[in-house]
Ligand binder design. Structure first.
Ligand code: AKB
Length: 310
């Protein structure tokens, strides 16, 4: 087994590559990113995933059997340059899908997002098959990507598996350019005894997930028998939903003097277009998904882990 991870230096990639190395061995994982990852221990390749020739070369050189394609531009950054975001997110996916068919890759993982939903989907308990009308270029690229993943499965039998992640909250790495990033930044400010300026309204409820649950879900969907993967676009995944006010209240139990001011910016419009909570029944039924962390458990872990890093 040889696993290539693209975007290995990102928020999810940093933690996922570590888990994959722990599970399958250091030599089974090839981390790649468009820039070098400082202090990375293990096999690393510089890779611009939009460059098909480089991807082909790396896959062949390492006899890669599985690809986790994490490289992408997220929602908030995506709005700064929509066409470039579409190009990066889709071109890299096409390359991964096509190289996988050409080189007979066994399994591919493609992360989608709750950003595939837009204003028409119900806000609460949004179901797997709710209407998709994303209003961000990131969401449009993920919705299209999911359908391309399904196309490659139906047309070429490529075993592509996918999860619609909520906002991921973790202590190991910082997110970059997302709308849900505030839920990570807020903990860093609290443990440094600084005030936090929140770019969302205090009542902006969004679906989130603790990193440990997000990584476990990724490993579980990839390990499930092929016959259990019934959704070939992407599975809804729920962890915990909360507002900035609620996460602040949970932090105040640890840091009673912590202060948050609210100055909503363009990211509030993005948040307004997304669900507040997600129904993930198909993931629970098909591959036994179940989250472990609620808000209080997440806050406890975030704070104790970040304090250790001080
Ligand atoms: C973002 O905020 O863009 C991401 C996501 C929800 O996919 N964290």
């Amino acid at each position: 087994m040889k696993i290539l991870v693209t975007g290995a230096g990102g928020q999810l990639g940093t933690v996922l590559t570590t888990s994959l190395k722990e599970k399958y061995g250091k030599n089974a994982v090839i981390a790649s990113d468009i820039v070098k990852i400082d202090g990375y221990e293990g096999i690393f390749e510089l890779l611009d995933a939009t460059d098909e020739a480089s991807l082909t070369k790396i896959v062949a050189a390492h006899n890669v059997t599985e690809i986790y394609h994490l490289a992408a531009i997220l929602s908030a950054n995506g709005e700064k340059n929509p066409i470039q975001t579409w190009d990066v997110n889709l071109k890299s996916l096409f390359n991964v899908l096509q190289v996988s068919v050409n080189q007979k890759i066994e399994k591919v993982f493609f992360p989608s997002s709750i950003a595939v939903y837009g204003p028409t989907a119900p806000k609460i308990d949004t179901k797997q098959d709710a209407y998709l009308d994303p209003t961000t270029v990131y969401g449009i690229s993920k919705a299209a990507g999911e359908h391309w993943a399904q196309y490659y499965f139906l047309r070429y039998g490529l075993d592509v598996r996918s999860i619609r992640y909520p906002g991921v909250v973790g202590y190991q790495s910082l997110p970059g350019g997302g709308t849900t990033d505030y839920a990570v930044d807020i903990y860093h400010k609290a443990i440094n005894n600084e005030d936090f300026t929140c770019y969302l309204r205090e009542d902006a409820c969004l679906p989130m997930i603790y990193i440990e649950d997000a990584i476990r879900a990724t490993l579980e969907i990839m390990e499930a028998p092929k016959s259990q993967i019934k959704v070939r676009t992407s599975y809804n995944l729920a962890g915990v939903s909360f507002t900035p006010k609620e996460i602040t209240a949970s932090i105040l139990k640890w840091y009673p003097d912590f202060k948050v001011v609210y100055t909503p910016d363009f990211r509030q419009n993005i948040a307004d277009s997304w669900p507040a909570s997600i129904n993930d029944n198909p993931a629970r039924k098909d591959w036994n998904w179940k989250p472990n962390y609620d808000l209080e458990a997440m806050t406890k872990e975030m704070i104790t882990q970040l304090q250790k890093q001080e």
